[in-house]
Design a binder for this molecule. Structure first.
Ligand code: FAD
Ligand code: MLT
Ligand code: ZN
Length: 484
C-alpha cells in the first residue's frame, strides 16, 4: 500500500523537496559516495510485511555519530524530513517513509565499543545487529537481555527505539530496565552522551527513558549501554498440548510456582497458528494429536540435572492433574531449536501467502484469547474468510507471550484489501479498550496505529506526548505522519 491508499494523509508541503545540492552536501559529510544510495531503494522503502511502501529517493548510511549529527542539523535547517531506520523489521509501518522522506539508515554504525566482564555492561553503536551482539556476549559468558525472531536483521538501536519485548521479557524484564544509557542525536545536531555504566543514578529526570519506545520521533539513537545477565549454562524446552485456554492459564500458575527462578519463557499458540506453520515448513508437528492450544515452556539455569529434574516433576504434576494433555521435552540442542521454531515461524508463516494484518495487544490474562474468535466472527460475517482464492482471508490466529499478558492476533490474508481493514479496524481497538488493554504491547504505533493511540492513552497523556514531540522536534522532521 502506498500513501495514495490512505487519502487522509497528505504530503506536508512545508517539507522541502530534495535537490541535487542537498545530495552533494550529504556526500561531502559522508565523504564516501557508497554511503549515499539513490538506486534500488525498494528494501528501504518497503516494510517487512510488504504492507507499506514509501517513495524515498535517498538513503544515507553514516558511519559515525558526528556524521549523523551533521546530517540531522542540515535536514532540520532545510526542513527535509527523515526516517531513522534500523534493520527494517518493525511491524507497524514505522520504519519506512510514507512519501519522499530521506531514509537515515544506521546499518553502517555498528561497532562494539566496550564490554566490562565484571559488571556485564555492553556499550555499542546503535546499528549493531542483535544476533551479533548476542554472539559476542556468548563468548564472554553473557547473554543479551532481549531475544526475538528478527534477531538476525534487527538492530539493537531499532529494538530500543521500539522498546521491543521479545521472547524472554518474563525473565530479563523490559529494556526500560536493562538499558543503562543512550547516546542520542537531537534534531539541532546536539549529541547527548549518557552512555553510563551505572545501575543506579537518581540525579534528575531519567532522560533516556523517553527515547526507549519513541520510534524515531524524538531523535536518533546512535549508541547504547546495556546490562547483560550471565548466560545460563543449562537450557531446556517443553512443548505441551492443552484442551482449553483455561488450562493454559492453570499451566502458567503452576509453571511460575514450580519452576520459579528457572522459568525463562512461557509462550502460547493456538492450533490455527500451528496449521499455518505446518503448511509453511512442510514438517510433522512435534505432537501427533492436534490440540486447540499449545504452550512452549523454556527453563534456563546453572545446573542441568537440577533444572531437568524440576521440569520433569512439573510436567508429571500437570499431567497428573490433567491440566496438560500431552507434551514433549527436547532431548538435545537440535530438538530444542526445532521446538522453538514452531513458535518463532508463526510471523513468517502468517504472511507467506500474501500478507498479514497484525495486532499486538496487552490484555488481562483471563480475556486474552477471546479477542481471536471475536475477530474471526466479524470476518466471517463480512464473508471474507474461505479456503479458495475468492476469499481474501485465510485464517485469524492467536499466539504470544502469555507470561507478559501479550497476545498477537495475525489475520493471514491472500491480499491486502480495504474490506478486511474496515471489518477489523477500529473493531479490534474498541474491543481492547473495552477489556482494559493496550492497543500496542510491544510493536509500537508507527503508521498503522497512529490514529488509535486514544484507545489506550488519555487525552492528557496524548497532550503531554505532543508537547514533548514539539519540544524535541519543533519542525516535525523526524519520522513524520507516524506515532501521533
Ligand atoms: P526498524 O524496523 O528499522 O525501526 C523500527 C522503528 O524504530 C522505526 O520507527 C524507526 O524509525 C525507529 N528506529 C530504528 N532505529 C532507530 C535509531 N537508531 N534511532 C531512532 N529511531 C530508530 N517485536 C517485539 O517486541 N517482540 C518480538 O518478539 C518480536 N519479534 C519479531 C519477529 C519477527 C520475525 C519480526 C520481523 C519482527 C519482530 N518484532 C518483535 C518487531 C520488532 O519491533 C522489531 O524486530 C525491532 O524492534 C525493530 O528493530 P529494527 O532495527 O528492525 O528497527
Ligand atoms: C512475535 O512474538 O513473534 C513477534 O512479536 C512478531 C510477530 O508477532 O509477528
Ligand atoms: Zn511478540
Amino acid at each position: 500500500l502506498t500513501a495514495d491508499s490512505y487519502p487522509y494523509v497528505k504530503r506536508d508541503p512545508n517539507y522541502k523537496q530534495l535537490e541535487d545540492s542537498d545530495i552533494a552536501h550529504f556526500t561531502e559529510i559522508l565523504g564516501d559516495s557508497k554511503l549515499v544510495i539513490q538506486e534500488d531503494l525498494d528494501f528501504y522503502n518497503e516494510d517487512y510485511m510488504h504492507k507499506y511502501m514509501g517513495q524515498s529517493k535517498l538513503v544515507l548510511k553514516p558511519k559515525t555519530t558526528q556524521q549523523v549529527s551533521e546530517i540531522i542539523k542540515y535536514c532540520n535547517e532545510k526542513k527535509l524530513a527523515i526516517v531513522p531506520q534500523g534493520g527494517n523489521t518493525g511491524l507497524v509501518g514505522g520504519s519506512v517513509p510514507v512519501f519522499d522522506e530521506i531514509v537515515l539508515s544506521l546499518s553502517s554504525l555498528n561497532k562494539i565499543r566496550s564490554f566490562d566482564e565484571v559488571s556485564g555492561i555492553l556499550k555499542a553503536d546503535a546499528g549493531l545487529i542483535l544476533e551479533n551482539a548476542d554472539n559476542f556476549l556468548a563468548e564472554k559468558g553473557y547473554i543479551f537481555p532481549l531475544d526475538l525472531g528478527a534477531k538476525g536483521s534487527c538492530h539493537v538501536g531499532g529494538t530500543i527505539a521500539t522498546n521491543a519485548g521479545g521472547l524472554r521479557l518474563l525473565r530479563y524484564g523490559s529494556l526500560h530496565g536493562s538499558v543503562l544509557g543512550l547516546e542520542t542525536v537531537l534534531v539541532d545536531g546536539t549529541i547527548v552522551d549518557s552512555l553510563h555504566s551505572l545501575r543506579k543514578d537518581n540525579t534528575g529526570y531519567d532522560m533516556k527513558q523517553v527515547f526507549i519506545g519513541s520510534e524515531g520521533t524524538l531523535g536518533v539513537i546512535t549508541g547504547f549501554s546495556i546490562l547483560c545477565p550471565p548466560r545460563p549454562k543449562a537450557k531446556n524446552v517443553a512443548f505441551l498440548g492443552l484442551e482449553s485456554y483455561e488450562a493454559v492459564q492453570k499451566t502458567f500458575i503452576e509453571a511460575k510456582g514450580q519452576l520459579g527462578e528457572i522459568l525463562s519463557a512461557f509462550e502460547f499458540m493456538d492450533n490455527k497458528s500451528q496449521e499455518l506453520v505446518k503448511t509453511y515448513n512442510k514438517l510433522d508437528h512435534p505432537l501427533e494429536e492436534p490440540y486447540p492450544f499449545y504452550v512452549l515452556i523454556e527453563s534456563s539455569g546453572s545446573n542441568k540435572d537440577h533444572d531437568d529434574e524440576k521440569l520433569e516433576q512439573f510436567l508429571e504434576d500437570v499431567m497428573e492433574k490433567e491440566i496438560v494433555s500431552d507434551g514433549i521435552v527436547a532431548q538435545d540442542e537440535t530438538q530444542l531449536a526445532n521446538l522453538w521454531s514452531w513458535r518463532e515461524l508463526i510471523p513468517e508463516a502468517s504472511q507467506h501467502k500474501g500478507g498479514v494484518y497484525k495486532y499486538d495487544v496487552s490484555l488481562p490474562l483471563k480475556d486474552l484469547y477471546d479477542l481471536i474468535p471475536a475477530v474471526e466472527e466479524k470476518l466471517k460475517a463480512a464473508n471474507l474468510v474461505g479456503e479458495t482464492d475468492e476469499f481474501p482471508v485465510i485464517a485469524s490466529v492467536g499466539y504470544g507471550h502469555i507470561g507478559d499478558g501479550n497476545v498477537h492476533l495475525n489475520v493471514a490474508v491472500r491480499r491486502y484489501t480495504k474490506e478486511i481493514e474496515k471489518a477489523i479496524e477500529p473493531f479490534v481497538y474498541e474491543w481492547v479498550q473495552q477489556h482494559h488493554g493496550s492497543v500496542s504491547a510491544e510493536h509500537g504505533l508507527g503508521f498503522q496505529k497512529k490514529n488509535y493511540i486514544g484507545y489506550t492513552k488519555s487525552e492528557n497523556e496524548i497532550k503531554l506526548i505532543k508537547q514533548l514531540k514539539n519540544l524535541y522536534d519543533p519542525n516535525g522532521i523526524l519520522n513524520p505522519y507516524k506515532y501521533i
